[in-house]
Design a protein around this ligand. Structure first.
Ligand code: ADP
Ligand code: MG
Length: 248
């Protein structure tokens, strides 16, 4: 498998706080990689660092053979790096359609708004929001706004798509629907890095899993290897199961 993204000893600190510590990681073209770890582990920071939101303090990042360590967010988007946001942030007064059309216009310089809207409609239909196209984004439910995020990310024509907790806050039917979409995206050839707390979903869609803990990569392997790794159980999975039994 060929590599599409590589992080080499990437660190990021915020004042005194070390959010990423010398993370070395390769993402292969076409894979669905799960990125897991406790809250505050540095997962979102990793995405932000790759996409140019919070540049690396040290280390290098390569995407499709190009050094993107110091890239700006708009450049990352145009190169084919796209992401959904953990905290969904649509333009609230724009319609669902125009939120997606804006992303299409931004990333590809459509000749006019009409063709951008046509393309946006296709993405909305893919995520099952065609009936909401004319609704202001603010009127959509959380599950719909999460799917809108996905449609916006797709309008950027990604080669690599980061999904940051797209299932958080959704009920089980909504999670099932989102999981099906992710399978379809993967089948279309987009490389996916998925941050996800629901292990059921991670095990269902990911061919490989990496684990972050306190900014450090502590495991990288097949789902079976990772869930049986004592360091991962200690840092994350044990705590996940403990929380679940406490909630019962
Ligand atoms: N922009 C920022 N400024 C200051 N601290 C940040 C910023 N972004 C993240 N952090 C801190 O970095 C650490 C990792 O956060 P984050 O990457 O959001 O974790 P995760 O997504 O794994 O829950 C946390 O301690 C968080 O408070
Ligand atoms: Mg996060």
């Amino acid at each position: 498998m060929s590599e599409i993204l590589r992080l080499d000893r990437v660190s990021r600190h915020f004042s005194g706080l070390q959010a990423l510590r010398e993370v070395t990681l390769a993402v292969n073209k076409g894979e669905v990689l799960g990125l897991i770890g406790p809250n505050g582990a540095g997962k979102t920071t990793l995405v932000n660092t790759v996409c140019g939101v919070t540049p690396a303090s040290a280390g290098t990042i390569t995407f499709a053979g190009q050094d993107i360590t110091r890239i700006k967010t708009y450049q990352a988007a145009r190169l084919g790096l796209s992401r959904t946001f953990q905290i969904v942030q649509p333009f609230a007064e724009f319609t669902a359609l125009d939120n997606v059309a804006a992303a299409a216009l931004f990333s590809q310089g459509h000749e006019n708004v009409k063709t951008a809207r046509e393309e946006a409609r296709a993405h909305l239909s893919f995520v099952g929001l065609e009936a909401q196209a004319a609704q202001p984004a603010a009127n959509l439910t959380l599950a719909m706004r999460k799917r809108l995020e996905l449609a916006k990310a797709l309008a950027m024509k990604p080669k690599l798509l980061f999904l940051d907790e797209v299932n958080a806050g959704l009920n089980s039917a909504e999670v099932e629907r989102a999981t099906k979409l992710i399978h379809e995206l993967a089948a279309s050839g987009i490389t996916i890095v998925m941050i996800e707390h629901l292990m059921k979903v991670v095990l269902n869609v990911c061919s490989r899993i990496v684990v972050l803990h306190n900014g450090r990569l502590i495991a990288d392997g097949t789902p079976r290897e990772v869930i049986n790794n004592p360091a991962v159980v200690e840092a994350y999975l044990g705590q996940q199961y403990a929380q679940r039994s406490a909630a019962r």
